[in-house]
Design a binder for this molecule. Structure first.
Ligand code: NAP
Ligand code: ZN
Ligand code: ZN
Length: 346
């Protein structure tokens, strides 16, 4: 067992604080990673504040992890000491169900094993990336291409794959019109990736505050949805909408902006239900969908795609003692566009 420094939650209401956690011994198929950077995802906040339901404490969150391999188990062939690697939102799955066998570990019928707030196959609680080291099975460790700087790579492990996967699955590309709702961590990656795929991208954000950024990321249009009647002018405009908002929205108003047979994919995960009028779907044969992160194979594909297309997130590097302030800024919509923790400051 390895005792390592971390920053975590001791209750749903107390600020995160320094603590130590134990990592398991490196097993035959395991990789020990010295974490260099960890991104802050809004899911970390939903989780530690128990917005999605009760969790166990202490809880160390963080599932946008990059670092260097410092030790490998005797059976490890996929990674070597010194490799630049990443870990995203899951660290294992059953590997036997039809979804796992088809390479969709994120949809494992037993439930994928989350990087934090889950029970690992060793029976111990998993703890996430706001820490100096992590032990992960080699099959759930990604290779970070040399072209992507470490700190930039971190947000790709959740925000990148969570938006790449539905954009790829629903065919974003030349000739398609894609709308991205909410320009935060996920939203800004959705814009950059959809643009690189060749789609024509519109950003739907509450105000004009991030308009210049949206256009700089390659969007052709930005609409401030907080303005009266803003969505009415967009009736039937989009083939695909990626909704990355962390709170409930008026779904019928957004569904009306889809073309017939278009799809609205929810990646944002508000704790509350999202009511939908069935006629918003029936008329126009529209689909109301959801998407959860992406598979390991697809995450590697996304990293390679970002390296090839020179795609990087916009990051603000912070020290560990800035995590609580960063949470408040995420909640206030004041993040441009992903906070990344320098784990040396732990
Ligand atoms: P984030 O950085 O906070 O971005 C969310 C954006 O939504 C904000 O920047 C804001 O954009 C908009 N927004 C926030 N509150 C709003 C409100 N009350 N009404 C309208 N718009 C609002 O969060 P994130 O890290 O990108 O995560 C977004 C959501 O995705 C979270 O719920 C998270 O848990 C979820 N998530 C899901 C998956 C998955 O696999 N499905 C993976 C990761 C995260 P504007 O200021 O531009 O309006
Ligand atoms: Zn996340
Ligand atoms: Zn499975």
């Amino acid at each position: 067992m390895l005792t390592v420094k971390a920053y975590g939650a001791t209750s749903a209401t107390a600020p995160l604080a320094p603590l130590t956690i134990d990592r398991r011994d490196v097993g035959p198929a395991d990789v020990l990673i010295a974490i260099r950077y960890a991104g802050i995802c809004h899911s970390d906040i939903h989780t530690v504040r128990e917005e999605w339901g009760p969790i166990t404490f202490p809880q160390v969150v963080g599932h946008e992890i990059v670092g260097e391999v410092v030790e490998v188990g005797s059976e490890v062939r996929k990674h070597a000491v010194g490799d630049r690697v990443g870990v995203g939102c899951m660290v294992d799955s059953c590997r036997e169900c039809e979804q796992c066998l088809a390479g969709n570990e994120q949809y494992c019928l037993e439930g994928n094993i989350g990087t934090y707030d889950a029970i690992g196959r060793d029976g111990e609680p998993t703890q996430g990336g706001y820490s100096t080291h992590i032990v992960v099975d080699q099959d759930f460790v990604l290779k970070v291409p040399d072209a992507i700087p470490y700190a930039d790579a971190a947000p790709l492990l959740c925000a990148g794959i969570t938006t790449y996967s539905p954009l790829a699955r629903w065919g974003a590309g030349p000739g398609t019109k894609v709308a991205v709702v909410g320009l935060g961590g996920l939203g800004h990656m959705a814009v950059k990736i959809a643009v690189a795929m060749g789609a024509e991208v519109t950003v739907l954000s509450r105000t004009d505050a991030k308009k210049d950024d949206a256009l700089a990321f390659g969007a052709v249009r930005h609409v401030a949805t907080g303005e009266e009647g803003a969505l009415k002018g967009l009736r039937g405009a989009f083939d695909l909408i990626i909704n990355s908002v962390s709170a409930p929205l008026d779904m019928d108003a957004y569904l009306a902006t889809l073309k017939p047979q278009g799809t609205l994919v929810n990646v944002g995960a508000p704790p509350e239900p999202l009511p939908v009028q069935v006629f918003s779907l029936i008329q126009g044969g529209k689909s109301f969908a959801g998407s959860n992160i992406g598979s390991i194979r697809e995450t590697q594909e996304m990293l390679d795609f970002c390296a090839e297309h020179g795609i990087a997130p916009e990051t603000e590097l912070i020290a560990a003692d800035g995590i609580n302030d960063a949470y408040e800024r995420v909640l206030a919509g004041d993040v441009r566009y992903r906070f990344v923790i320098d784990t040396e400051t732990l």
